[in-house]
Design a binder for this molecule. Structure first.
Ligand SMILES: [Fe+2]
Ligand SMILES: [Fe+2]
Length: 435
């Protein structure tokens, strides 16, 4: 069969069009696969000392380190078009996440950490951002910077998420159904209350801070992404299950660590009237840390209406042995300072229970004392409390239930609510200002 010249031309054009469309479809698919495989993931915002002006944005890439890592950000949405954002900053710290033999054995791929410092932020301002590794750009996310005035705000707080599937072998690996359920609860709380500004973590993220555990913690943490891609900034503390180097690689505290190394104790100022002191029970509680506490507590007490402490190992444990040296050293070393400077509330984790103590001073019930709440329930299987301990008799209590707390700070009170996995309120009470 012989085709006319014009018919041949038409056929040629049709064939070329077919080829190009195949190519662009394949290219698109290839870009999507590349984005999925190598693109930025595990985006998070970390708060340290002054959330009204400073935040760290961290993310992971898998398989490849990449060459250039950038955050593009602005106070208005730019819908992910990176060059439209008014500000950009290169990540200041990047590297390969340390891998141990078990990580390889369990088939988690090599990951890389990236951390960027956002400085000179404006307080109480919505920041939209994307992160880019080489040419792979994330979706747009946003967070709200910390306040500098005396407006009311809320924080969520919880700890202990290392186990949580029906099978203990999961040991913090996927599937981690209870941790995931608690993350969905955190997201629901955050979506219903825009005044929740951040999340304080009481530590014990995974069974270890090796990559096979932290990788899944970060994967599950993506469930916390709020409506409109809102991220809830994290205030990090360190627990006894977080001792591997992966913790330092993945939870970088920017200037705080540049100044002081990996101590993981620091003070966070939120608004003009609230300070949260994060302490580290996994290094010496005496020595430098006690000196720091002794120096900072009176200052922070003087400057703030609300002064809280957050740390992992409890001074007043309701599950584990009260006389155990681990808890005794916290009680003997720090509690006298807490009492001297009249902190308003102590946040404790580690025991895997829900508790509220009676107000305590001089190791006994005292109306003017300090209430200790805790002890961690972000999906970790709950233990049973020793119900005979004097400090959880009414109005104190303890019960086995997964839990996350909402703390609402206002001029005349801190309102405290503990929520269970289904959103049920498990405890609520108020703390009044001391001055
Ligand atoms: Fe612990
Ligand atoms: Fe724990």
């Amino acid at each position: 069969m012989k085709l006319s010249r014009s018919a041949s031309l038409a056929l040629f054009l049709l064939f070329s069009f077919y080829l190009t469309s195949c190519n662009s479809k394949e290219e698109k698919q290839e870009t999507l696969n590349k984005q999925e495989e190598l693109g930025p993931r595990h985006l998070r915002v970390i708060w340290t000392e002054d959330p009204s002006t400073y935040a760290i944005i961290s993310w992971t890439t898998m398989l490849e380190h990449g060459k250039k890592h950038t955050v593009y950000y602005d106070t208005v949405s730019r819908e992910g078009v990176k060059l439209d954002y008014s500000f950009q900053v290169l990540a200041s710290k990047n590297g390969a996440i340390s891998m141990v033999e078990e990580d390889f054995k369990e088939g988690v791929s090599q990951g890389y950490y990236h951390h960027a410092d956002l400085k000179n932020l404006k307080p109480s301002t919505t920041y939209y951002f994307v992160v880019e590794t080489d040419d792979l750009v994330s979706d747009e996310f946003y967070f709200i910077s910390g306040p500098e005035d005396d407006r009311a705000f809320s924080l969520l707080w919880g700890g202990d998420s290392r186990l949580g599937g029906p099978d203990p072998r999961y040991a913090g690996r996927t599937p981690h159904v209870d941790r995931q359920a608690m993350n969905r609860r955190i997201k629901a709380l955050m979506d219903e209350d825009p005044n929740i500004l951040g999340f304080i973590h009481g530590a014990d993220y995974g069974t270890t801070a090796d990559w096979r555990h932290l990788y899944w913690w970060f994967e599950d943490h993506e469930l916390v992404i709020g409506e409109g891609n809102r991220l809830l900034p994290l205030i990090i503390s360190r627990g006894n299950h977080d001792m591997q180097i992966g913790f330092e690689e993945n939870f970088w505290l920017g200037d705080t660590q540049r100044k002081r190394g990996f101590d993981y104790y620091f003070s966070t100022q939120l608004g003009s009237e609230t300070a949260i002191l994060t302490l580290n029970t996994e290094i010496s509680v005496a020595g430098d840390q006690r000196d720091w506490l002794e120096e900072n507590l009176p200052k922070k007490r003087e400057e703030n209406r609300w002064l809280l402490v957050n740390y992992h190992r409890p001074a007043y444990p309701v599950v584990k042995d009260f006389e155990n040296a681990t808890f005794k050293r916290v009680r003997d070393t720090w509690v006298p300072y807490f009492e001297k400077y009249n902190i308003d509330l102590a946040l404790e984790s580690d025991g895997h229970i829900l508790k509220r103590t009676v107000p305590i001073r001089n190791n006994k019930y005292d109306e003017t004392g300090i209430i200790y709440i805790g002890e961690g329930g972000l999906g970790v299987p709950q233990r049973v409390a020793d119900s005979t301990r004097w400090f959880i008799q009414p109005p104190g209590f303890a019960m086995s239930a997964h839990n996350v707390h909402k703390l609402t700070f206002s001029e005349d009170k801190i309102s405290i609510k503990a929520f269970g996995m289904e959103g049920e309120i498990l405890d609520q009470f108020e703390v009044k200002p001391r001055k």
